[in-house]
Design a binder for this molecule. Structure first.
Ligand SMILES: NC(=O)c1ccc[n+]([C@@H]2O[C@H](COP(=O)([O-])OP(=O)(O)OC[C@H]3O[C@@H](n4cnc5c(N)ncnc54)[C@H](O)[C@@H]3O)[C@@H](O)[C@H]2O)c1
Length: 349
């Protein structure tokens, strides 16, 4: 057990968004460390043993119920997490990511919370002006997602300064790992394309570089954020090594043995041209990623390889809007009809 995990024994921690991809890893790691955990989320948690307050973090009554009994720490993950969705739904994005974050901070203030860890993003910074993104990069977000995360960071800066809640904003790069079937980010899309037998659409030329960090490494940074009194404000969390989309595709082909044909579509609005990060501040606090990309993505493929085809199609969470005519599956997951048809055709082959 790490030093950070040891310090969490007996602590009460509220995890907003604890039913989502990263949240489920956070909840199980905190429980293993001996913390008492509650989740507040729109969605149920797959483990019925987990204490969950179901509801919207922007609703004051939900926040009151969530904070009932008091907490030592908060891990704040609940958000509109998709860049594209934030462009389609800027009002919802504002309500969840800014008004909701403010509600969470008020709940923390009125119930005596000492430490809060926030899942922020390098998308707060916008186009790169320096060779690598550090905590000193100026905030010039390109999308409602990036802008609302930046606003969340600003609120936290004030709550740290005025109310003494030590808030740490982890600026995460692309997070991947087991349990991301509901996600629409590149690694999940690649896995889905292999399992469904279709082509993978590259947005733009595929030369754009991104940094990929394993979810287990993100969780260990969150434990440091809860327990290390020297952390507050922004901390860049990433592997410190960037890969182009084409390099990621090659690595996934190598690991899976799949042919994985690609097509090229238009570049997506709001995409950062490049993400290269320097996680030196995190390293100085003793954090370093334990997963290299090949090892991490091999684990993800091993999980997807074993999935029932319906599992590979499962969408869950507020990240991906339920699709019209979608078929609801066991556990509340939703599958898109077009993908279902494609899967059925593949099965018949
Ligand atoms: N996954 C990544 O690559 C990545 C990168 C940078 C930052 N982040 C941030 O990390 C956090 C977790 O991301 P994730 O990948 O686990 O996303 P996710 O979509 O899997 O999980 C988000 C969870 O928040 C819940 N939620 C959404 N709106 C809510 C609301 N109004 N009230 C209560 N619950 C609500 C959802 O139901 C879901 O369970 C997010 O804040 C995201 O912005 C993620």
């Amino acid at each position: 057990m790490s030093i950070a995990a040891g310090a969490l024994q007996g602590q009460r921690v509220l995890v907003t968004g604890g039913s989502g991809f990263i949240g489920r890893h956070v909840v199980s790691t905190l429980a293993d460390a001996g913390a008492t955990v509650r989740v507040v989320d729109l969605q149920a948690h797959p483990d019925p043993e987990v204490d969950v307050v179901r509801g919207d973090i922007a609703d004051p009554e939900v926040i009151e119920a969530a904070f009932d009994g008091g907490f030592d720490g908060v891990v704040h993950l609940a958000a509109v997490t998709s860049v594209l969705r934030s462009i389609q739904r800027p009002e919802l994005t504002y309500q969840t990511n800014v008004a909701g974050t403010h509600r969470v901070l008020e709940g923390a203030r009125t119930s005596g919370v000492r430490a809060l860890v926030f899942a922020s993003t390098n998308a707060v910074t916008g186009p790169m002006l320096d060779p690598a993104i550090t905590e000193r990069a100026s905030l010039r977000p390109l999308t409602p997602y990036g802008a609302t995360k930046a606003a969340g960071e600003m609120l936290m800066s004030a709550y740290t300064a005025v109310y003494g809640i030590r808030c740490t904003a982890l600026r995460l790069t692309n997070v991947y790992g087991p349990g991301m079937q509901a996600k629409d980010s590149i690694i999940a899309r690649l896995m889905r394309a292999i399992r469904l037998g279709g082509a993978f659409e590259v947005y733009g030329d595929g030369l754009q570089v991104r940094d990929y960090v394993h979810v287990a490494d993100v969780v260990s940074a969150m434990l440091i954020g809860l327990t290390n009194a020297n952390w507050s404000g922004p901390v860049v969390i990433g592997a410190g090594r960037s890969l182009s989309v084409l390099e990621v595709i090659d690595e996934v082909r190598r690991v899976s043995g799949a042919e994985l044909p690609v097509t090229h579509g238009p570049a997506r609005p709001g995409e950062m041209p490049a993400v290269i990060v320097d996680p030196a501040r995190a390293h100085a606090a003793g954090w370093s990623p334990q997963f290299d990309f090949t090892t991490g993505v091999t684990g993800v493929w091993e999980e997807w390889r074993e999935l029932e085809i319906e599992g590979a199609l499962a969408f869950h969470g507020a990240d991906v809007p339920p699709m019209v005519g979608a078929k609801r599956r066991k556990g509340g997951a939703v599958a898109a009809p077009a993908e279902l048809k494609r899967a059925a055709a593949n099965r018949r082959r």
